[in-house]
Write a protein that binds this ligand. Structure first.
Ligand SMILES: CC(C)(COP(=O)(O)OP(=O)(O)OC[C@H]1O[C@@H](n2cnc3c(N)ncnc32)[C@H](O)[C@@H]1OP(=O)(O)O)[C@@H](O)C(=O)NCCC(=O)NCCSC(=O)C[C@H](O)C(=O)O
Ligand SMILES: [Mg+2]
Length: 364
């Protein structure tokens, strides 16, 4: 049963900050994961501020059980000591059925709740998980005297979570977005890949066999095959559910750190489908995400050109032999809006986009 409309934006605890009416479109091309209990990684965090859109202190998988408390305390120390400037500060808490999550929340909100922008919740199964976190956060925020609500991000990593995707997005006004958790999801679905995200050489379509002069198929002759994207279906579902609810979809992790080429391809597929960012597990992946999730100068120039040519946005025009109309103007507006958001936080991109005139000419 969903909350009635009149109650949806009411705080869930006396004294808690009012939930947001809209989720701000803050750039989040890379959500960079680090283990706050790992001294080497933690030491790098201050210098990463401003170079990445989101710094996420991870407390869940990839942190050994015996280090959970150390990582939690490390996150508190980093949160207190760091001025995050334009960079968002997120955490991924332990899963709701784990022995650590209650301490995660009851420690982090009072200690660094004023610094935390978003709490990522793993293995979300349905609206009931978000309702639990929502109420608990409201109680803790009220107790801590916070004046701004912490947002919630759900990872889709179970078949049940994917089946309940719309109710998860709609469960709370705090919902900021969704990420794909391909490794846990593959296990839960009993998929037969052991990779952390990315494609698989066995998941492909093959060209039809050529036929000889008599029309007999030559099954043994050379045929081209095309590897397919194992994650297309889930990402597409995420994009629709998020767009419907005014929140943001993200591709998750790409575990083959050395394969920067395939990582870029996977990220770009997600960008083209509508995702706003991806996780970065290693510093090298920040560069990839920043590149892929920023529209190219050519795309922005084309978009500005179409918008200028379309005047009031109605009717149809021909540009470079292609028809542009009301619908393609809207696509171009999406591109330009993203470019403007990124230019506001990224001086290098600003310079590149500023070199494009309002009618799409790129100045040398
Ligand atoms: C993947 C890693 C274990 C690789 O670490 P390492 O072997 O140390 O890499 P390098 O030698 O190349 O490191 C070079 C230096 O960079 C530092 N480093 C490495 N990674 C990071 C980082 N994420 N943030 C900051 N700094 C980083 C190293 O310390 C080296 O420093 P130095 O020696 O001083 O030069 C490692 O990158 C890593 O653990 N990454 C994070 C992994 C993680 O968070 N995994 C969880 C998310 S994915 C997931 O959970 C699956 C998902 O839920 C699903 O279900 O799909
Ligand atoms: Mg996972």
């Amino acid at each position: 049963m969903t909350r009635p409309a009149k109650d949806f934006f009411a705080p869930l605890a006396v004294g808690a900050p009012a939930p947001p009416r809209e989720i701000p479109a803050r750039p989040s091309r890379a959500i960079h994961f680090f283990d706050p209990g790992n001294e080497k990684m933690a030491a790098k965090v201050p210098d990463m501020v401003g170079t990445v859109d989101v710094l996420l202190g991870n407390l869940e998988d990839a942190v050994k059980a015996e280090n959970k408390e150390k990582s939690r305390q490390g996150l508190v120390d980093i949160g207190r000591a760091t001025d995050f400037g334009p960079t968002q500060f997120w955490t991924r808490i332990n899963s709701l059925d784990s022995p650590w999550v209650l301490d995660d929340l009851t420690t982090l909100v009072p200690e660094i709740g004023d610094k935390l922008d978003v709490i990522m919740v793993p293995k979300v199964q349905g609206a009931e998980d978000i309702h639990y976190v929502d109420r608990l956060l409201a109680q803790l925020e009220a107790k801590a005297g916070l004046d701004r609500p912490i947002l919630v991000h759900a990872i889709l990593e179970t078949a049940r979570g994917v089946a309940n995707i719309e109710e998860i997005c709609a469960a709370s006004p705090r919902m900021q977005g969704l990420s794909l958790g391909p490794a846990d999801l593959a296990a839960d679905r009993r998929m037969k890949t052991t990779r952390v995200g990315g494609g698989h050489p066995g998941y492909l379509v093959r060209q039809d066999p050529v036929r000889d002069d008599l029309g007999v198929p030559q099954y043994d002759a050379q045929r081209t095959s095309y590897q397919q994207d194992l994650w297309h279906y889930t990402i597409a579902r995420m994009v629709d559910a998020c767009a419907m609810h005014g929140i943001y979809p993200y591709y998750g992790p790409f575990g083959d750190i050395k394969d920067t080429v395939a990582c870029e391809d996977q990220f770009r597929n997600a960008f083209l489908l509508g995702c706003v960012g991806a996780w970065s597990l290693h510093p090298v992946q920040i560069t990839i995400a920043n590149k892929v999730f920023s529209p190219s100068v050519e795309d922005v120039a084309h978009a500005r050109r179409v918008i200028a040519a379309m005047g009031d946005g109605t009717g149809a025009v021909m540009i470079d032999g292609k028809m542009e109309d009301d619908a393609s103007v809207k696509q171009c507006q999406v591109m330009v809006a993203l470019a403007d958001e990124l230019a506001a936080i990224d001086p290098e991109l600003k310079e590149q986009y500023d070199a494009i005139s309002a009618d799409g000419e790129v100045r040398a």
